[in-house]
Design a protein around this ligand. Structure first.
Ligand code: PA5
Length: 418
């Protein structure tokens, strides 16, 4: 379950958000129905389309074989091709899973050499994920890793250990046919940042021991919820309207904050989703992350006292998943007020204190999750994707393209003589 709590909302703000909600009601209805103008980008709207039983079964079988044979699994991908998997894996990976190593997200020779060093002496499988297989980072990493695999295992065995996720008809698929790699479909009708519930996100998660059935169930339950809830109660629509209200009021930055480091890579997924979807036509709220409590001691100052440019969205988990008690001692370190307390409780106190302080200065809301598990990650993925879609539509931008990203690629390819 996911709940929205709005902190210190004034009556005027309540009215203002109601106005935005009633003015844009058509957008919610169109999104629920699925718009023909975006038909080539909405394969994620119905979770069943790319995460149905048959697909899940196949992914579980492939993942089982990898888990049985691999010490290391290299996820080659960038942006939408790795962020969703990485956010869940780094939060929930199982101790008995192969080490998950990331490649295809940098061109730094130092980082690439470090990555190759980590493979030495290990039984390795690789998974290259690239929608059209033109992006330089995954393409160049895949080449280096294919060479590494062939030199370690020979042609035949390395082919068995190589998986690629690409679109049907792409040069990546042709490469798979020619060299005998396992090929999985990258949905043509889903843009990279919306692919959490497809082969793109689900295979690496399954390899890491994540219960992908629970994840998909969470997404599906959220899908049903946001398609059934009326505008007044619709959690995704409320969030989209609030973002647009704050934007109109001059708040140009949204900080997603939490006191749980398990969200560290989820922030990256969320930042990409919002920034790439909404930041265009000289519009958009700039998304940033607040990794608390560490960053309370750095950007916390700006949030509290600096330019009033941001609103804050907290993630808070209700169910305790760990415990560490501060045992009383005789050492007189002036921290005796913590004696007998659990760090879970101490961390919560820091969260409540921060909400109290920040909400006196800027608009703040919290998404409360019952538990931090695969099911709730599924809920979060679907929720933010749907809310992002609504928010972009209210702002008047295309949620599914990324013309700005293409611009730098053009200059880079030119410089490299492509
Ligand atoms: O959301 C998107 O479409 C992008 O961020 C892509 O995921 C990213 O650029 C990687 O593209 P590709 O999978 O084609 O390498």
């Amino acid at each position: 379950m996911l709940n929205l709590i709005i902190h210190n909302q004034s009556e005027d703000q309540k009215k203002a958000v109601d106005v935005i909600a009633s003015e844009n009601i058509r957008i919610l209805e169109e999104a629920k129905a699925g718009e023909t103008c975006y038909a080539d980008s909405q394969g994620w709207l119905d979770t069943e389309e790319w995460a149905g039983e048959e697909n899940i079964k196949r992914l579980e079988e492939i993942a089982k074989e990898i888990r049985e044979n691999a010490d290391a699994f290299v996820l080659i991908g960038v942006g939408g091709s790795n962020n969703a998997a990485r956010s869940v894996i780094e939060a929930l990976k199982k101790d008995d899973a192969p080490e998950i190593i990331y490649a295809g997200n940098t061109l730094s020779p130092y980082a690439l050499n470090q990555m190759l060093k980590r493979l030495k002496g290990k039984s390795v499988y690789i998974d290259c994920i690239a929608k059209n297989f033109e992006t330089l980072e995954p393409g160049s990493s895949f080449r280096i890793l294919r060479e590494y695999m062939e030199s370690e295992y020979g042609k035949e065995e390395s082919a068995k250990r190589t998986i690629a996720v690409g679109t049907t008809g792409s040069s990546l698929e042709k490469l798979c046919e020619k060299y005998g790699y396992t090929f999985l479909e990258f949905p043509l009708n889903v843009g990279g940042r919306y692919t959490a519930m497809t082969n793109v996100g689900l295979l690496p998660m399954a390899v890491a021991g994540i219960d992908i059935r629970e994840l998909v169930k969470g997404a599906r339950d959220m899908q049903i919820r946001v398609h059934e809830e009326s505008a007044e109660k619709n959690i995704a629509y409320q969030y989209a309207c609030l973002r647009n209200l704050y934007y109109k009021e001059g708040y140009r930055v949204e900080m997603l904050s939490s006191f749980e480091p398990q969200f560290r890579f989820f922030y990256k997924w969320w930042i990409q989703l919002l920034a790439e979807s909404e930041g265009k036509d000289n519009k958009g709220v700039f998304p940033v992350a607040g990794e608390f409590s560490e960053e309370l001691h750095s950007v916390g100052q700006f949030i509290q006292d600096g330019s009033p440019i941001m609103f804050e969205t907290f993630l808070d988990v209700k169910k305790q998943n760990a415990s560490l008690i501060v045992e009383p001692d005789e050492k007189e370190d002036y921290f005796d007020y913590l004696d007998g307390k659990d760090f879970w409780e101490i961390n919560k106190a820091a969260y409540h204190a921060t909400v109290t302080a920040h909400s006196k200065k800027l608009p703040c809301m919290t998404f409360e999750l019952d538990e931090l598990d695969a099911y709730h990650f599924g809920q979060l993925f679907y929720f933010f994707q749907f809310a992002c879609y609504l928010s972009c539509k209210i702002m008047g931008v295309n949620p599914f393209d990324q013309p700005g990203v293409e611009a730098y690629k053009k200059w880079m390819f030119e410089a490299l003589g492509k």
